[in-house]
Ligand binder design. Structure first.
Ligand code: E9O
Length: 582
């Protein structure tokens, strides 16, 4: 699947805006249309749009519907309906015909509707969603387990993670057209750097029957004809004196792919953007273009008042502005793939991204074969979606699974093998909360770890927390002998709460603890980065441990800085390694 774009051969229009909405309240047929309970915005989560509590935590069936009319001038075209995401489980009906389903809420899916869309009358689109998590879904939910004291006991909705499980059509819905004769289905760009030059390889799949595929690099003007074998094509070209994509130096290239018929007529044209850069991992460094880079940044959420996890370009722009302001160079898309548009923004602005699957808090007391099947599917969908984005430098296969259990070993072996078979150009990681007791780190290149000394243990004890952190990291390094990235640490902090001496929940405590822990991290040569938890405060399910949400943000949910932000900005202004200064 490729990102939908209007080109010289493709039209694109979106179906975003106001749709009709209803909870599934009875066993009636909703597939041809229904009486609206509410209006709903697309894209948006539905949970925070209404006043009645029942909509907020509703995770059972909901229905979305709208109509649209197709312009007749597109009658001879192939028509595709695309959802950039729908949470969690979607079934899509057009004019009463079931087009298909999709499961897991953060990756795109599409349907060829050429044969069932009407050019003579209005088309009715109905989408059924539900957000019912189980032991087999990614992420898991409704486990009805007995969590450890303090760990989300009895919260509603019942999830083993704390962020609010927003539902709805949270990213754009669009229709695009292509020629019926031949079209580009997918493309993978791989770049190989040889000294000052680079080799760019394109491979992909075609639909229909093409006679010729021509690839043109817009920057160099190189034109090459690709080889076609069945529905696959491949081609390569060289770029001399390649301008490398780098942090804050986002050099981008464009490959124009043209699909022609036997007479040379243009059937499809699509431009794929890419960057030329390398990522490698050594014993104690992450190297970008051969130079060490220290990752400074955050774990984050797609989370904002009213819209929940809905795509909002203004929020995306603002978030990146703040990241630049504070001199962050990277973030992890905790705990699911973020919108395609945000990753594209990172490509354009030179931010580094660790792309994470939605597999947060996999609990091996509950895992079965279907959990693994779904986990593999969503990992594959993430890699397929983001592999041409130069900002993505690493894949994170999961966050905080119970990987101190033997049963986790074969599970993560399979996942790591899948990631490597799909993409040999990026390192992979898994985020553990089991420290040196983790059993699956052999399969990963970088050890990522979430550690909360001074918060979940040793509360209020900064000096002891620093010692504890050093001790844990040394043990981990001895056990794994790989670079370690601290992917989460921090303290819940109520903006405006002050205390001297510093006490938990105050701005002083967050600052003292975080700056103290960073001092320890920077003292250890094998630590390759510090990602704070979290960029901003975010909505959680209700729980006694959460005061109106998770408050570990360095910024408030409205994106205003807490005291710590100013200290980080000062420290992050100077890169850690001198090689990053150039
Ligand atoms: C995952 C993240 O989504 N890590 C959690 C974060 C948090 O603030 C959450 O928001 O709670 C921390 C996990 C801490 C593991 C150790 C907990 C020990 C509890 C007794």
């Amino acid at each position: 699947m490729i990102y939908p774009k209007q080109t010289t051969t493709r039209s694109l229009f979106d179906l975003n805006g106001i749709w009709d909405f209803s909870r599934e309240l009875d066993a009636g047929d909703y597939t041809q249309g229904f009486k609206a309970e509410k209006q709903v915005a697309v894209p948006s989560s539905y949970n925070d749009l209404y006043t009645e509590e029942v909509f907020r935590t509703w995770d059972k069936g909901v229905w979305y519907t709208r109509s649209f009319t197709m312009p007749r001038l597109l009658r001879e075209e192939r028509i595709v309906l695309r959802f950039a995401s729908a949470s969690y489980r979607a079934a899509v009906y057009l004019n009463g015909v079931r087009l298909g389903d999709h499961e897991t809420g953060y990756t795109p899916f599409e349907f060829d509707i050429t044969d069932c869309v009407s050019f003579d009358q209005e088309n009715r689109l109905c989408v059924r969603l539900d957000n019912l998590l189980s032991a087999e879904t990614i992420p898991m939910g409704n486990l009805q387990n007995q969590p450890e004291p303090g760990q989300f006991a009895g919260q509603y909705p019942d999830t083993p993670f704390d962020f609010f499980p927003y539902g709805g059509i949270q990213r754009p819905v669009s229709i695009y057209t292509t020629s019926k004769v031949a079209w580009l289905e997918s493309v993978v760009v791989e770049t190989l750097v040889n000294g000052a030059d680079a080799e760019v390889k394109l491979a992909g799949t075609l639909g229909g029957t093409a006679a010729k595929v021509v690839i043109e690099c817009e920057e160099t003007g190189t034109r090459t004809e690709a080889e076609i074998a069945g529905d696959r094509f491949s081609g390569a070209f060289a770029v001399s004196d390649a301008r490398l994509w780098d942090v804050k130096q986002p050099e981008l290239y464009h490959a124009r792919i043209q699909i022609l018929d036997a007479s040379g007529a243009l059937l499809d044209e699509y431009t794929q953007r890419f960057g030329i850069r390398t990522v490698e991992v050594t014993k104690n460094r992450v190297l970008l273009n051969g130079k060490p880079v220290y990752l400074q940044g955050f774990g984050r959420h797609e989370d904002f008042p009213v819209i929940g996890k809905g795509l909002n370009h203004s929020v995306n722009i603002r978030d990146h502005e703040i990241l630049h302001w504070i001199h962050a160079n990277s973030y992890r898309t905790t705990h699911y793939p973020y919108s395609e548009e945000l990753i594209q923004l990172a490509d354009e602005q030179g931010l580094l991204i660790i792309g994470e699957t939605p597999a947060v808090s996999i609990n091996f007391d509950y895992v079965n074969q279907n959990t693994l099947k779904n986990h593999k599917q969503v990992l594959a969908e993430l890699i397929e979606r983001d592999r041409n984005n130069p900002s993505v430098i690493m894949w994170s296969v999961a966050n905080e699974a119970t990987t101190d259990r033997e049963v986790a070993v074969s599970y993560f072996k399979e996942l790591s093998e899948l990631a490597r078979s799909m993409d040999a150009t990026r390192p992979i990681t898994m985020v553990t909360c089991k420290a040196e007791k983790d059993l699956v780190m052999d399969f990963f290149d970088v050890v990522s770890v979430n550690l909360y000394p001074g918060w979940y243990h040793l509360p209020g004890q900064v000096a002891e927390a620093k010692e504890d952190l050093r001790d844990t990291l040394e043990k981990m390094h001895n056990a794994f002998q790989k670079p370690i990235l601290i992917t989460e640490f921090g303290a819940d902090t109520i903006a405006g709460l002050h205390s001297l001496p510093a006490e938990q929940w105050s701005e002083e405590y967050q600052t003292e603890l975080v700056m103290g822990l960073i001092e320890v991290m920077r003292d250890l040569d094998y630590v390759v980065g510090e990602h704070l938890w979290n960029f901003a405060d975010f909505r959680t399910a209700q729980n006694f441990a959460r005061v109106g949400g998770n408050k570990k943000g360095v910024f408030t949910r409205e994106r205003q800085p807490k005291m710590l932000a100013h200290f980080l900005k000062k420290m992050w202004a100077t890169p850690r390694y001198t090689s990053e200064l150039s």
